[in-house]
Design a protein around this ligand. Sequence first.
Ligand code: F1X
Length: 382
Amino acid sequence: MVVAPWIGIGEPGSFGWRVFHERHPVMIERLCSAHPFGPDVRDGLSALLRESTEGDVAPLDDDAPDHQVWAEWAADQLGRPWAETSFLFAESYFFRKLLAVTGFFAPGPWRGVDPFTPMKRAELHNDATAETLKALDELPHLDGAERDAAVVQAAVWGNQADLAFQLSTDAGGGTSGLISGSPEEFWSLFGEPGAVHLVADNAAGELAADLVLVDRLLATGRAGHVVLHVKPGPYYVSDATPTDVLEVLNHLAGLPGEAGEIGARVQNALRAGDISVRSHPFFCAPKEFSEMPRDLRAEFESAAVTIFKGDLNYRRLVGDRHWPATRPFADAVSHFPGPVAALRVLKSEVAVGLDVDVVSSLDASDEPWRTTGAHALIHTSR
Ligand SMILES: O=P(O)(O)OC[C@@]1(O)O[C@H](CO)[C@@H](O)[C@@H]1O
């Protein structure tokens, strides 16, 4: 099989390059505005920006619990210019180093404190999220198929609310609809009730929509059990951790109307063991899912369906490479054990599984359609 070159960050003006040279400085500024970091932390964050935009990959200088596994993951990158590393490695390593600088792993007052909590909390409590959650009151007025479609569309587009992406100059804010797949295609994956694994992406509004989807999977009998996979620690600004699951769920359950009823059902399903939450270390690894460890692979082998949410998970699932956009999704995920669905807003360069006419039409437009966040897809493979 021809393997396309991986997507990098070294070409000036490329999306990956702009993420490091434009998005990350703004994100660091916002982090320093949100927290009263002392001079050491602020100097460390400035040094990280310099290293990741001008320097060579330096080893981690902390003794965190994941130090050894990161030493293995980064071993063949150390000493190389960041500009010569892959986008996937570079950004994952960037966020891991950022946590070391803010003291997430060090003994002391900031140990275990998610530096992105203020941003996540602001998004969970903003007007847009409130409006989305209020709209759940429409669900009981829909028939079964309409409710199925509405819940999947909300889960797909909930991925637009991604705080790292919102710092991007590409972000258009509009939604131009699905450019591949459909809610009906998604639901056709489900047959006899089984274990459904949902690999979540962002916290706040996206996670709320994911919990609504989880509720629908259980309520309609498509899932006998749901495993919700989240990140073991803070990652890519918005990514959901177990703490975020509790915060979003408590917020949902505290609302009036359908949102509160769904929140209560999800809380009860957790108590009954019908929903499990997992946070495997590999979900913060700078690796593609084709390289996942055996224990995680065994989990997915047991799944009736695995659902991947969001852009970064999609990149890791199909391979963060300059694939032809018409490469069949089934080929790109042939490594994956079992039926899989990807619900994703396009916010980075990689794309597969698109119809040739759709690609021609998008390429003929003058918009950078791969990175505006205006387009979304639902991909499935049995
Ligand atoms: O995975 P998500 O939250 O949907 O998107 C993550 C993201 O914002 O970060 C990466 C670049 O910074 C890209 O994958 C994408 O733009």
